[in-house]
Ligand binder design. Structure first.
Ligand code: FAD
Length: 309
């Protein structure tokens, strides 16, 4: 793929630029709730920078074991009140009773939050595996069923192109995703991955299994290679040898690392776009620049008039 040179605006019907002209691209951005005032300021700057790209929604994570419950709620409410963006609140089953989850869901609904990302969640620090709270839900399917009965939320869920570490098999994993859809999930967002083929094969398997909801690729630009290795180990994502090779010797060279990271994530997204993908979910890690540049490469441009901050 040739990425150099400015495309001729009168002749954008061919190649990768043509794909951009033909396909409308929709994006969503995931943030985590900042832990201090200084980080909150940085986070808000990142959100403000990305907002004019007119994301379908922006989601806010829920710390392991519900540890960020209040911070998640206040950030989601702030986004609702101070921006025209559509916020989505992550919610997990870990360490919470049904009553507590009901209270959180009611609070969201009454603050005008209509989109939840419903998850089982990871075990809190110090625990190897997920253990349901005695008064809580056994897993994401029960949580989704519960939320669906409560209110007409839009419900996104997680899914795993490289198989969740707790799954007995790839088929069992897909089958569980089908159960999430049947329980009321309206969209699946994938765990991050690096090889576009892995995602495309997963979507084929899911469709063959009767899963009809959108399966949106979750894209994680490589801000720090060592962190990515650690995250990948925890969640079962393969780090290809070519990726390791690309980030070799760049630990102390953030400028080059960022350029390489933008190239890698752009290439991944463009390959997906050429395969027909039009929706992308970005794990921003509360940083805007890399994600902004990848969105630009995908053909997105700011739409100042449609978003007010
Ligand atoms: P589930 O899909 O419910 O379960 C995980 C897997 O276990 C299933 O895929 C299935 O293979 C197997 N399984 C579970 N129960 C059964 C069963 N009864 N029968 C058969 N198989 C079963 N974590 C956080 O703590 N906070 C967040 O904000 C957060 N956001 C995330 C956002 C996205 C888009 C993704 C993909 C993940 C996120 N996570 C978050 C991580 C997530 O909590 C972990 O991946 C967790 O281990 C699984 O959550 P889940 O809802 O996908 O689990």
């Amino acid at each position: 793929m040739i990425m150099s040179g400015i495309p001729d605006r009168d002749n954008i019907s061919g190649g990768v630029w043509g794909a951009q002209a033909r396909n409308r691209v929709d994006v969503s951005f995931e943030f985590f709730p900042p832990t201090s005032d200084a980080l909150a300021e940085k986070h808000w700057q990142a959100l403000t920078r990305l907002a004019p790209l007119n994301p379908k929604f922006v989601s806010v994570t829920y710390g392991a074991g519900g540890s960020t419950r209040e911070r998640t709620h206040s950030l989601v409410s702030r986004i609702r009140q101070e921006t025209a963006l559509e916020p989505a609140a992550h919610l997990t089953c870990v360490g919470a009773t049904r009553d507590e989850l009901e209270e959180v869901a009611e609070q969201y609904w009454s603050s005008g939050i209509r989109h939840l990302v419903a998850l089982r969640g990871d075990p809190p620090e110090g625990y190897d595996s997920f253990k349901p709270h005695p008064g809580g839900f056994a897993g994401s399917v029960e949580l989704i069923e519960f939320l669906r009965k409560k209110h007409d939320f839009e419900i996104s869920v997680g899914c795993y192109p490289e198989i969740h570490p707790d799954a007995k098999s790839s088929l069992a994993d897909i089958d569980y995703l089908k159960r999430k859809m049947d329980a009321g999930a309206t969209r699946a967002i994938t765990q991050f991955f690096f090889d576009p083929e892995v995602y495309l094969r997963f979507v084929d398997r899911a469709r063959a299994h009767g899963i009809t909801i959108p399966i949106v690729p979750g894209i994680l630009p490589v801000t720090s290679y060592s962190k990515i290795r650690q995250f990948s180990k925890q969640c079962g994502t393969q780090v290809p040898a070519w990726l390791t090779h690309l980030f070799e010797d760049l630990d102390e060279d953030p400028a080059t690392r960022n350029l390489v990271a933008a190239m890698v994530a752009s290439e991944q997204c463009l390959q997906l776009q050429r395969a027909g993908v039009t929706d992308f979910h970005f794990y921003t890690l509360n940083r805007a620049d890399l994600v902004y540049s990848v969105c630009h490469t995908l053909g997105l441009r700011p739409e100042q008039s449609s978003v007010t901050i």
